[in-house]
Design a protein around this ligand. Structure first.
Ligand SMILES: O=C(O)CCC(=O)C(=O)O
Ligand SMILES: [Mn+2]
Length: 211
């Protein structure tokens, strides 16, 4: 569903079984690439969201080197686990883009976590959309425009909802005001996973053949 400004909303796209299946795949990723606490560039303040990644590239941040993509987990030093086929299949189905996603950022929000208004701008190529998948507790997603001063709207994202950011929304401000603790029973520990899938390089960028 086109909800304007380049935002596309797919409420309830994943049924309960699909959510459970995706959750099991994410847990398997986290068993080898555990959630870590990212630090803000400069200030070194910890973010409230914990993160990991799967796919060839992972988005990370720390005090000294700031926001970037890298191939390895910042704490274990291991390469990120491969992107599960079910996530790659959602990208292929919805993104109308001639190359695969290169990065799936896994965000975990505990009861008090939030994510301030920001744009995703560490990728080389903005022609690919961003695909966002919600699992677990509900979240209040704030959607703005390309300028920070643009008016914003709020959307309540429920477990199984998908959001696609294309066109203007690809470079628009967005964030998570808060989650609604206890609103979903999907995660036994409570909280919310968000999977943010992105293309990092242009469509012709070749990956080394995995061994
Ligand atoms: O948690 C969400 O729904 C949004 C996450 C996000 O914007 C990001 O990781 O860049
Ligand atoms: Mn973002």
């Amino acid at each position: 569903m086109d909800i304007g400004g380049g935002y596309h909303y797919f409420p309830g796209f994943l049924d309960r079984d699909a959510q459970r299946g995706l959750l099991a795949l994410i847990r398997a990723v986290l068993a080898s690439a555990p959630l870590y606490t990212p630090l803000m560039p400069g200030s070194g303040r910890p973010m409230s969201v914990r993160m990991s990644n799967c796919g060839p590239w992972g988005w990370v941040t720390d005090r000294e080197r700031g926001y970037r993509y890298q191939r390895r987990h910042p704490e274990t030093g291991e390469k990120w686990p491969p992107m599960p086929g079910a996530i790659a299949a959602l990208w292929a189905e919805l993104c109308a883009y001639p190359a695969m996603a290169e990065s799936c950022l896994i965000n975990y929000y505990g009861a008090r976590a939030r994510m301030g208004l920001h744009r995703d701008q560490d990728e080389e190529d903005f022609s690919a959309p961003i695909l966002s998948i919600s699992l677990g507790d509900e979240a209040l997603f704030r959607m703005g425009g390309p300028a920070r001063k643009d008016p914003t709207r709020s959307l309540r994202l429920v477990s199984g909802d998908l959001v696609l950011m294309t066109g203007a929304a690809r470079s628009s401000y967005h964030g998570i005001d808060r989650i609604v603790p206890g609103s979903s029973a999907l995660l036994e520990e409570g909280g919310r996973f968000n999977l943010t899938c992105r293309r990092v390089h242009g469509p012709d960028w070749q990956h080394e053949v995995p061994r």
